[in-house]
Design a binder for this molecule. Structure first.
Ligand code: G
Ligand code: MN
Length: 279
């Protein structure tokens, strides 16, 4: 009897928190749709720097949700939910078009800088049948060279449907678009797949970069990723660089394209323009 009561209580509590959880998600999903309708999604831009060329080569566009009550939200706070239905595709389409539009403005103002823009692509968006067409549309709408667009996908996305991913990458590359493998090393990195994935560059996940300068003199994982990228003839980009020690270490190992707070936080478009003017 006592056991049953205890059981009943915890079942009820479980049921209650289960319902609350679902209700919260339901509300947030509604808010996501409202947010899209109200243009609450904006792009922030983080510079990518080539240390050897001593210049900013472009930006990574990062989505932020300017929520009316909660303020600026990062993708980690809403992307999982958005991926459950087509809201992620809507956010993705807005992002791609807006990033191209912004790049056009900068290419006109800073015509000597040969700037590129990198856009993060969710799995849903990447495998959507219309992606290549949408890329063509945005690129031609703003009269950009295809080579100024970079699409970042994660390994997790690529191995969701590997053969299909290879075909999409090849199609985009035949247009001149570059593909970068994001957050490298964080997922279930498979060297078998990497060898067959025709990407242009890999981005070392910032969790590895953050270990540089934390005691050990050498960072074997970072060294191995850089060496592997070189032997596969891929560019290698370090993300999340925060200190001069990390910069020097990476440069010493042959990784000269970097991104991170050491150079700049992600900036709203007008501040990113100021940043370019100062450079
Ligand atoms: O996985 P992806 O590279 O898309 O993640 C980019 C995110 O990382 C952005 O939301 C950005 O704010 C954050 N970020 C960028 N640079 C740094 C950095 O130097 N340090 C830390 N901790 N986070 C960073
Ligand atoms: Mn990215």
């Amino acid at each position: 009897m006592y056991e049953a009561k205890k059981d009943g209580k915890s079942t009820y509590r479980f049921y209650q928190s289960f319902m609350e959880h679902h209700y919260e998600r339901f509300l947030l999903k509604q808010e996501l749709r409202r947010g899209i309708a109200n243009n609450e999604f904006v792009l922030y831009y983080q510079p990518k720097v080539d240390i050897i060329q001593r210049r900013t080569i472009g930006f990574e566009a990062l989505v932020r949700w300017n929520h009316p009550e909660k303020g600026f939200l990062s993708p980690s706070e809403f992307i999982e939910l958005a991926e459950e239905d087509n809201t992620i595709e809507l956010i993705g389409s807005l992002g791609l078009d807006e990033a191209c539009k912004q790049l056009k403005c900068w290419q006109e103002e800073f015509s000597n800088k040969q700037l590129t823009i990198a856009v993060n692509m969710s799995a849903r968006k990447f495998f959507h049948s219309d992606l290549v067409h949408q890329v063509q549309e945005s690129i031609s709408k703003y009269k950009l060279p295809y080579s100024s667009l970079v699409i970042e996908i994660t390994e997790t996305t690529a191995i969701k449907d590997f053969e299909h991913a290879v075909k999409i990458i090849q199609k985009l590359q035949s247009l001149g678009v570059h593909i970068h493998l994001d957050d490298f090393g964080k997922g279930f990195s498979s060297l078998y797949y990497l060898n067959r994935l025709p990407v242009n560059a890999i981005k070392i996940d910032r969790s590895f970069i953050q270990q540089i300068g934390q005691g050990q003199k050498e960072n074997p994982i970072v060294n191995a990723i850089i060496a592997m990228a070189h032997s596969l003839n891929l560019d290698v980009i370090a993300e999340g660089v925060e200190t001069n020690v990390q910069l020097k270490y990476l440069l010493g190992k042959g990784c000269h394209i970097m991104q991170g707070y050491y150079f700049s936080k992600p900036l709203p478009a007008d501040k990113a323009g100021d940043y370019l003017r100062r450079m």
